[in-house]
Write a protein that binds this ligand. Structure first.
Ligand SMILES: [Zn+2]
Ligand SMILES: [Zn+2]
Length: 643
């Protein structure tokens, strides 16, 4: 038998016999590792340890110490769920049950399930774990597999599509239960330390709303009860902060069904926050030499054909006929900006040209995927497009990184950075890719930021730097991006006249600071738990007269606070109730005025942290507010702390 070579994570090659499996390779490295092997990651895919290796495969051995172990464990928990369900409701039909970032789900049908039923299933799951059943992989031939699923059209569909080419199908068995499955799994059900079923919802077969509706049961699993408890605590906190819940309580936005799915309406309070974000972004962009442009929501499909969106993105676009001509709502702002650039004639001295627009875009996401502000049909990108000479990439990217870092710092968001490089299929010359990637690397190296390189993860049209931010609960969200593009300038035949008097192609850079306003707004609502920093708060100050006698004085104070967003609580409530209400509404400052204050011409101030100051003059208060607004501090000092 001849040998093949596999590549280990540290880049070394390991020679193994042809036909060797993941586990064989692990034994080759060391008998200890061989025994501990749970699964493998081959070329990026988590696979069973019995999977045969091919020459040149990238191999990572998974043990119970690996990050991937939790995925394996959770997939096994999904099987335990399915087994428990079938013990209780033998008529239930199984479809698919993958692991997810924080647990697993299983889509089932032919069974009536309500949230109240989950507890009984969970109890049965614990029995199965207690029984410590061996989980065994078996290979079944095609005919037999089809027979097993004679009355399950979903599993048959899988056999006839994804698994169409396989003569032998892998099944996993535990006790009386078996499931068509690629794995991998843990050795026995007893390895699962803790399980919890979390939720139930509707889902469509293959995510397509034209298909059958299924019941999706969500759950999670951990190695230990204490890990599960930590998770449930975090989850309760996240639910408490859910932006859909806070959005309603604080009257920020709504997405009513009458206006259509994924089409958010911003109420006055929400719009005030967006305005503050927009102004901040505009100031930054103008400092860094961006010019604002504006483009309409709709273009002829001619434009989308030129940009390539029509060929590659059509299914996600809203297209409509107007007088026998086809138009499309814009899914991206770049083609409009490229067209503006094309209207000019440019010399090398004019570059870089930087356009900015808070541009509304429309993308037809699957209805089932829509959720609050995180996935919508209509959203606004704080878009920027730069047209630069290849030798300017480094300087421009450096500036963009500076703005992004300033934004992340302002909002007190932690972040991770990744450089995504040339994928196998790409457009553009070797020369431009090498030049661009080395410039991005040198910006990242000079910035002293920690970053990971995601080899081959760039877009086909250029490399990119992606930021993921981490909110106060440690959750990660897609954040700002800096994306180089060698393709669109080509498609739009953009050019500038070089020093050599020849025509040259500029490189286009796409960048966003917030990403989309919708996503960013969602993150901020949850990150701050609705307690927006003063400069963002829709209502910054609420004046609470102790009795109706001070309403006149309250009006005078409101006037003196000028442009700050102040309101007067004029309902005839007790002071205690007025304070509680302002606290619930998360107003940063309460100004409390009674007869004494009016007589002395002063105010009492109380903040959201229940810190209080008496005998404050309006001037002092206003100076404090001005400083706080200018510095945009997320965790401000209180008045009295400043002296
Ligand atoms: Zn499975
Ligand atoms: Zn763009």
């Amino acid at each position: 038998m001849s040998d093949i070579a596999v590549i280990l994570p540290d880049g070394t090659e390991l020679s193994v016999e042809e036909g060797a499996t993941v586990r064989d390779a692990a034994f080759e490295i060391g008998p200890g590792l061989g025994k501990d092997t749970v699964a493998g990651v081959v070329d990026g895919d988590l696979v069973d340890k019995e999977t045969p290796l091919h020459d040149g495969a990238n191999l990572v051995i998974v043990t119970d110490q690996s990050d991937e172990y939790l995925d394996v464990l959770r997939h096994s928990a999904a099987h335990v769920f399915a087994q428990a369900l079938q013990r209780l409701s033998p008529e239930a039909k199984l479809t698919i049950g993958p692991w997810t970032d924080d647990g697993f789900y299983y889509d089932v049908t032919n069974v009536d399930l309500e949230k109240e039923d989950l507890e009984a299933i969970e109890d049965e799951m614990r029995n199965i774990i207690e029984e410590d059943l061996d989980i065994e992989r078996t290979l079944v031939d095609r005919e037999e597999a089809l027979e097993k699923y004679a009355d399950n059209p979903y599993k048959r569909d899988i056999l006839e599509t994804e698994a169409a080419g396989d003569d032998e199908l892998s099944f996993y068995e535990q006790g009386e239960f078996e499931d068509l499955c690629k794995g991998p799994h843990v050795e026995s059900t007893g390895e699962i330390g803790a399980v919890k079923l979390l939720n139930i919802s509707a889902a469509y077969w293959r995510g397509d709303e034209e298909n059958d509706t299924l019941t999706r049961v969500y759950g999670t699993a951990f190695e230990s009860e204490s890990d599960l408890e930590d998770f449930l605590e975090m989850r309760a906190e996240a639910e408490e902060r859910d932006h859909r819940k806070l959005g309603q309580e604080l009257d920020l936005f709504s997405i009513p069904s009458v206006t259509g799915p994924g089409l958010p309406l911003y109420h006055p309070n929400g719009k005030k926050v967006l305005d503050a974000l927009e102004t901040y972004g505009r100031d930054l962009n103008e400092d860094y030499g961006y010019d604002y442009v504006e483009t309409p929501h709709l273009f002829r499909t001619e434009l989308w054909k030129q940009s390539g969106h029509y060929d590659n993105y059509q299914d996600d676009m809203f297209l409509l006929d107007v007088n026998d001509e086809e138009y499309g709502l814009k899914p991206m702002n770049c083609p409009g900006h490229a067209t503006i650039f094309k209207q000019g004639s440019w010399s090398y001295r004019d570059l870089p040209v930087r356009y900015a627009e808070n541009g509304k875009v429309y993308r037809k996401e699957q209805r089932g995927e829509l959720s609050g502000l995180s996935r919508v049909w209509a959203f606004t990108i704080d878009d920027g497009h730069l047209f630069v000479r290849p030798d300017q990439i480094e300087q421009e990217v450096e500036d963009i990184m500076d703005i992004i870092l300033e934004v992340l710092e302002t909002f007190d968001l932690d972040y991770e950075v990744a450089l995504a490089t040339r994928p196998e299929k790409s457009v553009g010359s070797d020369e431009i890719w090498e030049q661009a990637e080395s410039q991005l690397r040198s910006v990242l190296d000079a910035s002293k930021m920690d970053y990971v390189v995601e080899s081959g993860d760039g877009a086909f049209y250029g490399p990119k730097i992606d930021f993921a931010f981490e909110d106060a609960l440690g959750r990660k969200w897609d954040g700002p991006t800096v994306q180089l593009d060698f393709n669109m300038p080509e498609r739009f035949e953009l050019s500038y006249t070089g020093e050599d008097n020849e025509e040259h192609r500029p490189v286009m850079i796409h960048r966003a600071l917030y990403g989309s306003f919708e996503r960013f707004f969602m993150v901020l609502i949850e990150h701050y738990n609705g307690k927006f920093p003063f400069w963002l708060a829709p209502e910054q100050v609420r004046i609470l007269p102790i009795s109706d006698d001070q309403i006149g004085y309250a009006k005078k104070l409101k006037y003196e606070l000028g442009d700050f967003r102040a309101t007067i609580e004029d309902r005839s409530w007790t002071l205690g109730r007025k304070i509680r209400e302002a606290q619930t509404d998360r107003v940063p400052y309460m100004v409390i005025v009674g007869g004494n204050e009016e007589e002395a011409g002063t105010i009492s101030v109380r903040d959201r942290k229940e810190r209080e100051a008496q005998d404050v003059t309006v001037e002092e208060f206003r100076d404090h507010l001005e400083a706080e607004a200018a510095e945009k501090r997320p965790e401000p000092d209180f008045l009295a702390d400043e002296e």
